[in-house]
Design a protein around this ligand. Structure first.
Ligand SMILES: [Fe+2]
Length: 251
């Protein structure tokens, strides 16, 4: 377990190791562990199945978008991770650990980081969506609701701030609700970065991702075109606060 934790920390995914244990199949987890313990291995990453049908998030997120997002975009990250492993056998974990920031001179490392981030981020994202046919979203409850009220005054204040940050994030990336050092904060990251990749994490911040929203155009463009704000407004209807509470309450 300590080797696994050490590996995730090294590549900036500390905190997702626990999530990955629950989300990723044993085969995938074994692949991650092997990658961490032995450098780049030959074990393949695989695309996790969605926990619902492609059309289950209609009318808020359309079927065609979900099909392409999952089978093309996420699959591409998986393929690239496997491709890098099979063609760049010289990369070792110690090389990856030095990639806290993107380094144009270390193309291969950034490619691995981007694609492994893409794989992990999307694996998490799928579980943070929940079918809901009515514009009547489930809301945070219990301790998570209490924490949101403490750190953002109210759910409505949190929703407004999260929507603003997600909408205004420039270019491709993600918007996150994060428990960082026991305080809920909203963070955005570029491309396939995530809150665990920040240098401060390496310096021992405690971080839990509670909610994630993909704001890449591939997540919404077919249905919403350039209207990211409309996509975000509708996403609240299918945000899975049951899963978020599970993450919040996890150790
Ligand atoms: Fe995406």
């Amino acid at each position: 377990m300590s080797d696994r934790r050490d590996f995730f920390k090294k590549i900036g995914l500390i905190g997702l190791s626990g999530i990955a244990t629950k989300l990723v199949s044993n085969e995938q987890l074994q692949a991650l562990e092997t990658l961490g313990q032995e450098g780049i291995s030959s074990l393949p990453f695989t695309l996790p199945a969605l926990p619902y049908a492609y059309n289950a998030l209609e009318p808020f997120i359309d079927e065609q978008t979900m099909i392409i997002h999952h089978t093309k975009h996420h699959q591409a990250y998986v393929n690239k991770c496997n491709e890098i492993k099979s063609t760049d056998m010289d990369y070792q974990v110690d090389d990856i650990t030095k990639c806290r920031q993107f380094d144009p001179s270390s193309k291969g490392k950034s490619i691995l980081r981007n694609n492994l981030g893409g794989h992990v981020n999307h694996t998490l994202f799928w579980t943070l969506l929940k079918p809901n046919k009515e514009a009547n979203p489930n809301l945070p409850a219990g301790k998570l609701a209490e924490a949101i009220n403490k750190d953002f005054k109210s759910f409505d204040d949190f929703k407004k701030l999260f929507s603003e940050k997600a909408t205004k994030h420039f270019g491709s990336g993600w918007c996150w609700l994060v428990l960082r050092n026991n305080t809920l904060v909203i963070e955005t990251t570029e491309n396939q970065e995530n809150p665990f990749m920040r240098a401060s994490v390496v310096d021992n911040d405690t971080v839990k991702v509670i909610m994630a929203l993909d704001v890449w155009e591939h997540a919404y463009y077919l249905k919403y075109q350039n209207k990211r704000a409309d996509y975000i407004a509708n996403w609240w209807n299918v945000a899975n606060w049951d899963k978020a509470a599970e993450l919040f309450n996890s150790k």
